[in-house]
Design a protein around this ligand. Sequence first.
Ligand code: NAI
Ligand code: A1CAB
Length: 272
Amino acid sequence: MKHMSQRVALLGGGKMGEALLAGILRAGRTAADIVVSERHPERAAELRERYGVTTAEPAGAIADADVIILAVKPQDMPALLADIGKAARPEQLVVSVAAGIPAAFIERNFDADVPVVRVMSNTAVFVDQAMSAISAGAHATGDHMKLAEDLLSPVGEVIRVPESQLDAVTALSGSGPAYFFYLVEAMTDAGILLGLPREVAYRLIVQTAIGAATMLKETGEHPVKLREAVMSPAGTTIAAIREMENHGVRAAMIGALEAARDRSRELASGLG
Ligand SMILES: NC(=O)C1=CN([C@@H]2O[C@H](COP(=O)(O)OP(=O)(O)OC[C@H]3O[C@@H](n4cnc5c(N)ncnc54)[C@H](O)[C@@H]3O)[C@@H](O)[C@H]2O)C=CC1
Ligand SMILES: O=C(O)[C@@H]1CCC=N1
């Protein structure tokens, strides 16, 4: 089936759900082919109004779907699977964007052998600059993985990883946008401390971040080389880098991402 005519059921209309909905509509899918299930009525109404999609309860939403996207919080996944476990069919593809929820957990909540592809994406889906990693569950074939790639590639980059790496992926790129927003916040505060108006500081930093990311992506140079090209001997940059090393910023980042990976692992514990 041409993937653009596939019918999609999106279960969970929150931040990631809306990012994906907006993205797949931008990619050319029609609202008529998408049914959203969102348990908060006012949120469901907002999505109907904004995107022209229909909404339904989970079991109703998946009835005619070719692809079922699970975009609820990990803690809400067991209840959602209880709602759709008997209705999901082997000819459908389930795509779960939930952090930490193993494909095997999702599979064993279905009566049939339903193919599951896990995805760890991020909110940059909103601007078609997402980083998505996908992993196959036990019943997912190469065709299912291709289907998931076709769903996600219009909204960003897609890579395939073993499911065992998805907790680390969540720490790096799933949560990753927040680390950069946090850094921008801190640098903006520094700009204010140094006497710049907030909006000037913010504009300087955001464009510098875009420039640095573009240099990393387009030059293919190692970040150490790119950093050394900025660091003039006895100059301003090395003065800042020394302070960062003195404050253990590098170790803090490593510890922070390890904590995110550990939390992703914890999300799976106690699922039953
Ligand atoms: N927010 C992010 O940047 C990212 C989130 N994720 C994952 O995406 C999933 C969703 O995260 P968010 O969108 O941030 O959460 P959210 O809380 O914004 O959205 C979840 C939505 O699902 C709805 N929901 C819950 N149970 C439901 C049910 N049984 N039927 C219908 N709707 C139901 C909630 O009302 C809520 O609107 C999570 O599993 C998260 O781990 C993955 C990558 C990035
Ligand atoms: O913070 C979280 O748990 C979700 C998963 C990755 C980004 N947001």
